[in-house]
Design a protein around this ligand. Sequence first.
Ligand code: BG6
Length: 471
Amino acid sequence: MTNNGMVIFGGTGDLAYRKLFPALYNLHCLGSLPADYKIVGIGRRDYSEDEYIDIVQEWMREFSRLKYSDEEFEKFKSRIRYYKMDMSDGKEYTALLDFIKKEEIEDGLIYYYAVSPELFDPITEGLKIANCKHKKCQCESVDIYDSCCMGNTKVIIEKPFGENLQAAEKIYENLKSYFKTENIYHIDHYLGKEMIINIMTLRFANAIFKAVWKKEYIEKVEINAYETVGVDSRGGYYDKSGALADMIQNHLFQIMSIVAMEKPKDNSSISIKRAQNDVFKQLKDINEEKIDEILLMGQYNGYRDEEKVAPDSVTETYVALKLEIENERWQGVPFYLRTGKKLDRRESEVIVTFKSMGEGIAGNHLSIKIQPDEGVKVNFNIKKPGTESQLINEVEMDFCQSCILENRTNTPEAYERLLKSCMDSDKSLFSQWEQIETSWKYINKIVDSYKKYSNKLYFYEAASNGPAESF
Ligand code: BG6
């Protein structure tokens, strides 16, 4: 299949500058983009193409994984176009399609929705109506629009896929009426992270872990994604979303399901997704009135002063959630999911604590380090050296994969990996609709119970380790 280009809605946004352009620049440097591949950034701002390219260049200097080079950027920049439009105005899409046609990138085109969820539907609608007018599809009316006429055009849609289940369903229905289902890619960039992909190998390629991966040996599982950054320029989006929808429903749920799933029947993406989805379906139902026992929401002091955040906002920037999975393997084992902004460290990891082997003996720990360092750490017990007694010392083995310089620059960034997968029509590292649906159902219930029976919000200082009350 030909890949001719990518159109980024939200081309002047944080995501485009920090993640998408650096990923595309690296793919360009690695020779993974076809010679005539073009990238169209769409935004409302009045930039000339040169001004836009200058901005992109500054971000590349800072965010490219591969060493930035002026010489390579000179070649890369010939791929970049800037297109100004109001994405919420349906009438502007006909001109956009004309532009795409003129640039000759229709074949194998990828649309990237790097915008807030409320723009997803207007963009899809705008494209649909304009495409109808183009008579490309011979469609009589938009209502009977046939998604087949979109051929191999793909769409990548950013999380959160809506603000709740109903919104997510509506967005998906709308997308399906325009794009073929197999061409809709729900991106969750955590699925492209090296150590998250590695969890399956760790679990299923090592007898020492595989054999003890069950309630008989495991005391608890913790999945933490701590950030030092606040909401920066994303206050408008974040204030409507909050940490539950921004991080828990997608990134942390995906990790949890990979940690907890049964061994998939085979390595196909369908079997893996099915195994993950079974975990979501087996989440223990919540006792609504006792929501405080499993959920804690926090907000950093100063959040309400952030740009585009309501002065009386009750949006959570910190969440601690305790889950249980009701199946043979996990019955009774708590899973703690925690995430927060403006904390004292950037650290994402999975910590599995094993049961103690007797009084006074520490349980073993296995830490899968996702970022900033990537690696695996195991804590275990040995006899205190130099003594004849059975006094026990806890020691650790620490494997830091990313500390090896070669690996640091050799491992593709998540977005790089995922954009390439999409170009290659490989969906295995993308979220699947059923997973999104099941996880939203659970999160919806949590939110409803919180609003009905709790509404407690714990404040914490910026650069601290979160609310003191957190579990
Ligand atoms: C995004 C969230 O999906 O992930 C952001 O919208 C968050 O709020 C980011 O900061 C974290 O990603 P990473 O790769 O920096 O851990």
